[in-house]
Design a protein around this ligand. Structure first.
Ligand code: GDD
Ligand code: MG
Length: 358
């Protein structure tokens, strides 16, 4: 089966991590977000995917030069300007000449939804489009969906104010579509699947939905990206790959050249080519590839992206350090802070609940 993966957004909520890399190309425990999405699709028999690209397309094309990743053949549909979700799907489907039922997923959602059940239900109902649903605590950041007893969508309201959401069941960002589902809109036009197509299909009784209670997270904010990494690490998930790791106590180590001289007292991950020097403590830390953690560093509940350098006696808690960033000695980074790619903090500085640079 074929899938379109939407990966063309600017990733604004993850800035400055996404100022020169699309969010789906950020590493989450040894694999990019996109690779994790591909793994999930491959489990349900997807063998070809069209990447729907807009923002920094060359980051994707150069990362997968053979046109293949995680066992899935890739093709690319690059928009000249953002076509929004509906326009992007229409453009990708036309570019790849999709003429049968196909899957669409938002490329920033990590989940374990059984999409084959959605496909089966879609065919049973002879729907034009079928979406998967998931319950959340606060539906106001998502597409809120009501259905009747047959699974027909009665209302689709994108990001309503919290007190106006009729239910906490939301669009999980995985769809099964017929090629005709978007036919009333022109190819190359900009339109939203959530604000235009789904409400229109719902009003015509052609949109269905299947609820799931599987693991699900939209990793498109710093808080959820960090949570997604922690969920993979602490095993809140099944069917999730951690590449080539060997174990040393509670530390998962990837690659022959990684070096651990410090202590790890709660499950943590050390990516290939990374080094942790003596006296350092890891507690629920995810350290991606080629990171240097110098002596006597404390790293708790945090994600350190490839190539970052953490100086002696630094303390990092509940935060994300961007690729190539430098956190020098005695710096303290706390409370959901995000340090940009290649940013350099000042020695001894204290950063709390901040994005640097802001
Ligand atoms: N190609 C392309 N072009 N892709 C785009 C564009 C565009 O113009 N705009 C957004 N995307 C991609 C993003 O990169 C992302 O992978 C996906 O489309 C969804 O966009 P987000 O910006 O992440 O949307 P959201 O999280 O606010 O809301 C969406 O996802 C929720 C579930 O996580 C909606 O689909 C909601 O209804 C849904 O509940
Ligand atoms: Mg999102």
């Amino acid at each position: 089966m074929k899938a379109v993966i939407l990966v063309g957004g600017y990733g604004s909520r993850l800035r400055p991590l996404t100022s020169d890399v699309p969010k789906q190309m950020l590493q989450v425990v040894g694999l990019t977000m996109l690779e994790r999405v591909l793994d999930q699709l491959a489990r349900f028999g997807v063998d070809e995917a069209v990447l729907s690209l807009g923002y920094l397309p060359e980051v994707f094309t150069s990362a997968y030069p053979t046109g293949e990743a995680r066992g899935i053949r890739l093709s690319y549909a690059v928009e000249d300007e953002p076509l929004d979700t509906g326009g992007a799907i229409r453009f990708a489907a036309e570019s790849a000449k999709l003429d049968e039922t196909f899957i669409v997923v938002n490329g920033d959602v990590l989940n374990e939804i059984d999409i084959s059940k959605v496909v089966a239900f879609h065919h049973k109902r002879r729907a034009l489009a079928t979406i998967s649903l998931i319950p959340v605590d606060d539906p106001s950041a998502y597409g809120v969906v009501t259905t009747d007893h047959r699974g027909r969508v009665t209302d689709f309201i994108e990001k309503p104010p919290r007190d106006q959401a009729p239910t906490n069941t939301v669009n999980a960002g995985s769809y099964v579509l017929e090629p005709e589902a978007l036919a009333t809109f022109g190819c190359g036009e900009r339109f939203s699947i959530e604000r235009q197509v789904f409400p229109d299909l719902a009003s015509r009784g052609a949109l269905y939905a299947v609820a799931s209670s599987s693991y699900w997270i939209d990793a498109g904010t710093p808080e959820t990206l960090l949570r997604a990494a922690m969920d993979i690490l602490v095993g809140n998930r099944s069917n999730v790959a951690i590449p080539g790791h060997r174990r040393r106590g509670s530390l998962l180590i990837e690659g022959e050249k990684s070096l651990m001289e410090g202590r790890c007292d709660s499950v943590s991950y050390l990516g290939a080519g990374s080094v942790v020097r003596q006296g350092s403590l890891l507690r629920h830390a995810v350290i991606e590839t080629n990171v240097v953690v110098d002596e006597d560093v404390t790293l708790v509940n945090s994600l350190v992206l490839p190539g970052a350098v953490i100086g002696r006696h630094a303390v990092i808690e509940g935060s994300i350090i961007g690729a190539g960033a430098v956190v020098p000695e005695h710096a303290v980074v706390l409370g959901g802070s995000v340090v940009a790619r290649n940013a350099e903090l000042l020695p001894g500085c204290r950063v709390e609940s901040e994005r640097v640079p802001s």
